[in-house]
Design a protein around this ligand. Structure first.
Ligand SMILES: C[S@@+](CC[C@H](N)C(=O)[O-])C[C@H]1O[C@@H](n2cnc3c(N)ncnc32)[C@H](O)[C@@H]1O
Length: 454
């Protein structure tokens, strides 16, 4: 590392003149890029170099020498320890501008798309929006705690005061910590994978206030008795569904296949706009319902349907988007790989009196390529893949079907940009609109709708 203009552990003064895709401030020492988490555009800061790589370094913010007027006091008391939020120190309006820049930058740099995004649609109240928390379980001085690991480490941060969750979820987290501590549930630790109780998932319906809890364990036994569950639902009548998920693997991977309903009903009911949705524990559902409503309305606006079209929704989940679209199209084909989500989607069609949505269980890769010879006259294909984006097989299938329009919904600008490069490479499709929607305020994550036309 001799030839680098920065050295590990040494302090440098930097002027911040940009942001990385994770919202870190970017400064330069002799033209060498230094990322400084917590630093804001326009600030002069002192940073201590913590990592040096071939083309960049990372520095720890030690002092803000000249502060930005857009610097705000983080609401959360563990903001600097946790790492779950990245942007609480920046005024919300500026977070929205930054996210527009992150999207444009990725589209340009990775996707070769020289296009301006529309202004990011933000929230009036950008706090307490998350309807789902996946907590690590740990013990501190004999007390059971629910929390998170600091990004990239096993440093545990308690979460009972998290400002992204409702006050109800926070109360429930504290209650569970008290009860599990009282019960002396000692065999809990997600860190090593050695403990029995590893994680707790809490899902909250924003329309009814009802709650679902899943305890993730390694063994069959929960480690506490039925009375704890009886007391739980007596104290929190909003808890309408309690599951146990058993994963015997020593590695604490997210989900085992074995879900057992311990108490109450199998699913949670929520609503997006006028539509109701039942969701079972392993199905995907947007974490920010207020913004999901705006997302779905914008999809409809960009789809501009007359009622005579055929639409394919190729990563349809519990049919949150398909049901919106089905009200305005002649027919919709929904594809989803997760069986439980397809089950939920079928129930959701009944709940919302939808009869023109046909669901296909399996991979978008398989169905789209199966249909590509027989699927003429498809007006619109919607893709809403997970963070990894679409595989080239999916994109190939989409292009072969030749829909008039494509609407791509993404939660990862980098994979979005990669896939747009593919979709536009032969000039078959042109980018029409790029709209960032802030589904995840206070974090550097951003949702985006992109419309393309043939
Ligand atoms: C980001 S979610 C979107 C769900 C839905 N559009 C919504 O708004 O609720 C992505 C969904 O794609 C599903 N999925 C992941 N890979 C898939 C694949 N190869 N083919 C079909 N579905 C897939 C996941 O199970 C998940 O439900």
């Amino acid at each position: 590392m001799k030839d680098k203009p920065v050295r590990l552990e040494e302090n440098y003064e930097l002027i911040i003149n940009g942001y990385s895709h994770q919202g870190e401030g970017i400064g330069r020492v002799n033209n060498f890029t230094v990322f400084v988490p917590g630093a804001i555009l326009g600030e002069r800061v002192r940073a201590k170099i913590s990592e040096v790589k071939k083309n960049f370094a990372r520095g720890e913010l030690k002092e803000v020498i000249l502060s930005s007027p857009n610097r705000t006091m983080p609401l959360c008391s563990v903001y600097h320890l946790c790492g779950g939020c990245h942007l609480q120190h920046i005024a919300y309006e500026k977070q929205l501008e930054m996210k527009k820049g992150i999207v444009e930058n990725a589209l340009d740099r990775i996707g070769n798309q020289n296009i301006k995004a529309l202004p990011t649609i933000g929230m009036k109240d950008p706090w307490r929006y998350r309807n789902k928390g996946y907590f690590q379980v740990n013990q501190e001085k004999g007390r059971v705690r629910l929390g998170f690991y600091k990004t990239g480490s096993y440093d545990f941060v308690p979460a009972s005061g998290c400002v992204l969750f409702s006050l109800q979820i926070n109360r429930l987290v504290r209650y569970l910590e008290d009860q599990l501590s009282l019960q002396k549930v000692n065999d809990c630790n997600s860190k090593t994978g050695g403990g029995n109780l590893r994680n707790v998932l809490i899902r909250e319906s924003r329309s009814t206030g009802e709650i679902m809890i899943v305890f993730f364990t390694k063994k069959n036994n929960l480690g506490f008795d039925q009375n704890v569950l009886n007391d739980l639902v007596r104290t929190f009548p909003q808890v309408v569904s309690v599951y146990q998920n058993i994963n015997r693997s020593p590695k604490a991977v997210l989900l085992g296949k074995d879900f057992r309903l311990l108490k109450g009903k199998p699913d949670l009911e929520d609503a997006i706009g006028p539509f109701k949705f039942k969701i079972s524990p392993q199905s995907f559902f947007q974490v920010n319902i207020a913004q999901a409503k705006i997302l779905n309305e914008k999809i409809l606006e960009y789809a501009n349907l007359s009622g005579e079209e055929t639409v394919i929704d190729s990563y349809c989940g519990t049919a949150a988007i398909s049901i919106y679209v089905a009200k305005q199209a002649e027919k919709v084909y929904g594809i989803e790989v997760e069986k439980s989500a397809v089950r939920d989607a079928k129930i959701n069609c009944e709940l919302n009196s939808i009869s023109n949505l046909k669901l296909f269980t399996g991979k978008a890769e398989e169905w789209l390529n199966k249909w590509r010879r027989s699927c003429e006259g498809v007006h619109l294909i919607i893709v809403d893949p997970p963070r990894r984006g679409c595989s080239s097989k999916v994109l190939k299938g989409v292009i072969k079907i030749k829909p008039k329009k494509i609407i791509y919904i993404s939660c990862n600008p980098a994979t979005l940009a990669r896939d747009l490069k593919y979709l536009t490479k032969d000039d078959d499709y042109k980018l029409k609109k790029v709209l960032p929607i802030d589904m995840f305020p206070q974090t550097s994550h951003i949702e985006c709708i992109v419309s393309l036309e043939r």
